[in-house]
Design a protein around this ligand. Structure first.
Ligand code: GSH
Length: 203
């Protein structure tokens, strides 16, 4: 397998963490879709990372789809429950956490627009999404070690990636103080070798 990823993409990090948790071997092809000479549009018409190419040459994007594909491989531990409705619930929390990342990316891109084009109202709208969704994540975690059951799931991987991305790009969002129920949870996730091995380079 081959994973096209940039080292700072939170969505690509999510897949790198899943690969590490499952001890799956995968060639990492580092490519930033923002660079002029990127090859990403040749493997994903949307021009986004992550993109996975299987050993059979089939291409999968985006991160929820790649995560679903990894579950079809004989590679424990399972990141989704066998019960189909329970699996949808895990995926709902994956979507909630990925949505926090989406809003954080949108706020960052807006903040980087030139003076005169930047909209403070749009940044605030994205910040509201982040704040509401962090509160919902904290409510759903409800003081438990994991979002679902008694082990790490896809939802926890997405949640940990979203919180780490806030630390990287929005250190002003003081989520540890505002949502203390997420603090110990995040520290436990960040300490896992899969998270430690995929910390993005500064920049
Ligand atoms: N929903 C997608 C989002 C992927 C995404 O937006 N990736 C960013 C990198 S963080 C990207 O490639 N952006 C390039 C662009 O928007 O042109 C996923 O979960 O994989």
């Amino acid at each position: 397998m081959k994973l096209f990823a940039s080292l700072t993409s939170p969505y690509a990090r999510k897949i790198r963490i899943l690969l590490a948790e499952k001890a799956l071997l995968c060639e990492l092809v580092v490519d930033s879709p923002w660079e002029a000479n990127t090859r990403i549009p040749t493997v994903n018409p949307l021009g986004k990372v992550p993109v996975l190419i299987t050993d059979d040459g089939e291409t999968f994007f985006d991160s929820p789809v790649i995560a679903g594909y990894l579950e079809t491989l004989d590679a424990p531990p399972a990141m989704l429950p066998a019960d189909r409705l329970e699996a949808v619930r895990v995926r709902q929390n994956e979507a909630l956490a990925d949505g926090i990342t989406d809003a954080a990316v949108a706020a960052l891109l807006e903040s980087r627009r030139p003076d005169g084009q930047r909209s403070g109202a749009e940044i605030a709208r994205q910040q509201d999404k982040i704040e509401r969704s962090l509160a919902e994540l904290e409510r759903r975690l409800d003081g438990r070690p994991w979002l679902h059951g008694d082990a790490l799931s896809l939802a926890d991987v997405s949640a940990g990636v979203a919180l780490a991305y806030l630390d990287l790009r929005h250190p002003d969002v003081d989520w540890r103080t505002r949502h203390p129920g997420l603090r110990a949870y995040a520290e436990r996730l960040f300490a896992r070798p899969s998270f430690a091995a995929s910390v993005p380079p500064v920049g």
